[in-house]
Design a binder for this molecule. Structure first.
Ligand SMILES: [Zn+2]
Length: 261
């Protein structure tokens, strides 16, 4: 393996972690903000329901006062009835009494309708109160968790960047500019050759190239995947997984240690 390749493998894993942390740091505040928005909307819905309830109560108080007014009017009209002298006067008063009675009946119907609305609004309020309480708790939890994760991520990122800054000058200038160029266009610059394929684009590596890749005496050559252009490397410990009971994550060094036991 070309000596720069081993360092670039480490660099790529550092770069990948930097990217993951950077994305996480961008996503977390957005998630908390979305939760804050949801919490605010639920609180607003609860406030509206409480306002609606107050309106219904005020409406019924007015209706009850109106009923009382009509009842007093009826009482007054009945007293006047005692003093009437003509049938015309009596029928006029009776007409007024019956009008007031109809008004009372309408008001009482309206009052019942308002009570039904209140009942529904109270059910809505109970659900809204529970929603607001749940969201308030989740919002507080997520805010605290996000702050913790962000603090951890910032520290980890500082550490990773220090490692990158130390590693990059150890890589040959040409190799590094090649790495940067491929990484910029492809996201990753290196791909492991596994089982005659490029593990990044899954395309088959031609036999001659595969042999060159596996030729460990060929230290000066840096081979690229003909399909995606990434730099290929080959780890014998990783290849032919069916022959490796210890699993595909075993490193070259670990495989050597195991073989020597
Ligand atoms: Zn490829």
């Amino acid at each position: 393996m070309h000596p720069d390749l081993e360092k670039m493998i480490v660099l790529q894993s550092l770069d990948g972690e930097v990217r993951r942390l950077t994305e996480e740091m961008a996503v977390l505040p957005k998630r908390v903000a979305a939760l804050a928005k949801e919490h605010a909307a639920a609180s607003q819905a609860l406030t509206s329901t409480i306002e609606e309830l107050a309106k219904e109560e005020a409406l019924r108080r007015r209706q009850e006062l109106d009923v009382k007014d009509h009842q007093q009017k009826i009482a007054r009209l009945r007293k006047q009835m005692d003093a009437v002298t003509t049938t015309a006067q009596a029928s006029a008063l009776e007409h007024e009494i019956s009008f007031a009675q109809t008004e009372i009946a309408h008001l009482e119907d309206a009052e019942l309708e308002s009570m039904e609305r209140t009942e529904q609004l109270e059910a809505t309020r109970a659900i809204a109160e529970e929603t607001v309480a749940n969201l308030a708790r989740r919002h507080a939890e997520e805010t605290a968790k996000a702050a913790e994760v962000l603090e951890h991520d910032r520290a980890a990122l500082t550490d990773l960047n220090a490692k990158r800054a130390e590693l990059r000058p150890q890589i040959g200038e040409n190799s590094l500019s090649l790495y940067d160029r491929i990484a910029k266009s492809r996201g990753t610059a290196l791909a492991e050759g596994i089982d005659h394929k490029c593990s990044a684009c899954q395309m088959v590596v031609r036999p001659q190239r595969w042999n060159d890749l596996r030729d460990r005496g060929n230290d000066e050559a840096m081979l690229t995947c003909e399909t995606c252009g990434r730099l290929l490397y080959w780890d014998p410990a990783r290849d032919a997984p069916q022959k490796k009971p210890a699993g595909r994550n075993e490193s070259l060094a670990a495989a050597i240690v195991r073989a020597s036991l």
